[in-house]
Design a protein around this ligand. Sequence first.
Ligand code: IMP
Length: 190
Amino acid sequence: MKRILVATHNPGKLKEFATLLEPLGIEAVSAGQLGLAEPEETGTSFAANARLKALHAMRASGQAALADDSGLCVAALNGAPGILSSRYGAGDYPAAFQRIIAAATAANEWRARFVCAICLATPDGGTATYIGQSDGVIAPVPSGGAGFGYDPIFIPFGHDRTYAELGAEVKDRISHRARAFAQLQARLKV
Ligand code: IMP
């Protein structure tokens, strides 16, 4: 089985990448498993941060590396927390959910979008970046136990339950990560 380094320390992301890569006969090995440090995310866009993480992991390991930078953009917060999603609420997700629900309620504006940039960095220094997004609304009450991060407050369009309620089987078909990955897939098959 081929292996690829996935430049993340986030177990939720790693699990989703492992599920996406498995049908291609590729095993995901995480930067955390290899003990690689995480670079500072100094980029001002999802794409810039995905690229700097992928290049950092590729240079540290000498092998091809895949990185993802992703987040939730909330219309009532003018697109925040966006690239700062992992820091919003300082790791206290229940508190972050309540802030987002309060903002959506106050503005009566429930639309939100998950965005994911995936970058593949190869040992020759080349990079290829793909963006996927998934549109939906904020749930008025957090629900469900599957997934990670903001999954309990995001209801994708076309569904009436959150990602955390829908579970991996549905999320892995329609998510921002799956959509970015679908674009990369053709490249990985080469
Ligand atoms: P990053 O590691 O800087 O890319 O931060 C990504 C953050 O965005 C995660 O820690 C989550 O808070 C959020 N996020 C990204 N993708 C998802 C997802 O699929 N579900 C829930 N939250 C996500």
